[in-house]
Design a protein around this ligand. Structure first.
Ligand code: PGA
Length: 249
């Protein structure tokens, strides 16, 4: 049995002072539980404050929203996987749809980033998902599998067993339009099948999260859907009470 994984993606929200206030409320409302994993992706500069806030709460893992694939050097503005790890990240979000569609990140770049994360001892959380026009054109399967295969191309089975996958249909992100649990299940089953081919018996260790307009009202139904092992939550994770409710789902 995989433990459900509840992950918060704060995107470009909550600097250090907001985060400190957030965590005071959140930690008071979410007590440690061993039947689930909670991961939070704050902005990179907020990581040290999150490390301090979770010092007594090792049940809450921290992640970084993006990394660069080189380990160090003259890459102004970028954060390497090893620097992120040193700052307290244990997971790296890779290929989020905003990275792909706002910043032009390619499949090949996600491949390099997943490999860099694994090298530095960060668990990659690879995001995949189709755009609305791709869904309408019946290309969901093709797009999701292409993104998945590209992202993991340089990972060996041991590293793959450490990764997480997030299925986030682009049309559902920040739009209030959520995939129906059965539609999410269908794509999750497709991803699970592909992981079995790629990682054989290690595939069952890889959690597959759903993301896209998850909120306090739909979290439970989505989490209960077949093959959905967790949730990646954007907007609804910005409020500490709401995030505590979702983390307890
Ligand atoms: P949303 O974002 O929950 O605001 O739709 C999810 C995500 O982008 O990870």
């Amino acid at each position: 049995m995989r433990k459900p994984v509840l992950a918060a993606n704060w995107k470009m929200n909550h600097g250090p002072s907001d985060a400190r206030a957030f965590m005071r409320t959140f930690l008071a409302r979410y007590s440690r539980r061993s039947d689930r994993s909670v991961i939070m992706f704050p902005p990179a500069v907020t990581l040290p404050d999150m490390v301090a806030a979770t010092k007594e709460r090792p049940d809450i893992l921290l992640g970084i929203q993006n990394i660069y694939w080189e380990d160090k050097g003259a890459f102004t503005g970028e954060t390497s996987a090893s620097i992120a790890r040193d700052a307290g990240a244990r997971v790296a979000l890779i290929g989020h749809s905003e990275r792909r569609h706002v910043f032009g990140e390619t499949d090949d770049q996600t491949r390099r980033k997943c490999a860099a994360a694994a090298r530095a001892g960060l668990r990659p959380m690879l995001c995949v998902g189709e755009r609305l026009e791709e869904r309408r054109a019946g290309e969901t399967e093709k797009v999701v599998l292409r993104q998945l295969h590209a992202g993991v191309a340089d990972l060996d089975p041991a590293h793959m067993a450490q990764m997480l996958v997030a299925y986030e249909p682009v049309w559902a992100i920040g739009t209030g339009q959520t995939a129906e649990p059965r539609d999410a299940s269908a794509v999750h089953a497709l991803i699970r099948g592909a992981l079995k081919q790629l990682a054989a018996d290690r595939a069952s260790e890889i959690p597959i999260l759903y993301g896209g307009s998850v909120n306090t009202g739909n979290a439970q139904a989505l989490l209960a859907a077949q093959d959905v092992d967790g949730l990646l939550v954007g907007g609804a994770s910005l409020d500490p009470e709401g995030w505590a409710t979702i983390a307890r789902s």
